[in-house]
Write a protein of this length. Structure first.
Length: 153
């Protein structure tokens, strides 16, 4: 089953952009996302239209954060990349004549809607700043672990 990883990839590069504090080219972002720079530019265009990033042309140019990370949620980013389908699961047929399949579809649809509402509510509470803080905590923990390991040698 193919997963849509655009949201995860975009969040990844946005955190790198926050950390960098300087413009990052589409080529560097593409390398981070393991994709093509054209895909990055297409994806970043939606973020630019939403006011989350800006691009600077010329030598030393690239993409930079244009928003307050504490004010932008994962849900905002999700909307900016076009609100892709949340679940890969779906109905075998959208308008079945079979009453059994209608019952199955009704049950699944209710579960899908409930799960999607819960997910979107959660995504609306997590900001880019929250993700950046989590990264920093993980970085400090790894650094402390590495320091402990080097003292044991």
């Amino acid at each position: 089953m193919r997963h849509d990883s655009r949201l995860s990839g975009v969040l990844h590069v946005l955190l790198h952009m926050i950390e960098a504090g300087e413009p990052i080219t589409s080529e560097r972002l593409a390398a981070m996302m393991s994709t093509n720079p054209v895909v990055v530019r297409r994806t970043m265009a939606g973020l630019r239209e939403a006011g989350f990033v800006r691009s600077e042309k010329g030598h030393g140019g690239g993409w930079t954060i244009a928003c307050d990370p504490a004010a932008v949620t994962i849900d905002d980013i999700y909307a900016a990349i076009g609100s892709p389908a949340v679940f890969a699961l779906g109905h075998r047929s959208d308008n079945p004549a079979c009453l059994v399949e209608q019952a199955v579809n009704a049950s699944l649809e209710a579960a899908f809607e409930e799960a999607e509402q819960l997910l979107m509510k959660r995504l609306g509470t997590v900001t880019l700043a929250t993700l950046a803080a989590d990264f920093h905590a993980r970085y400090r923990a790894r650094k402390a672990t590495m320091k402990d390991i080097s003292h044991d040698v």
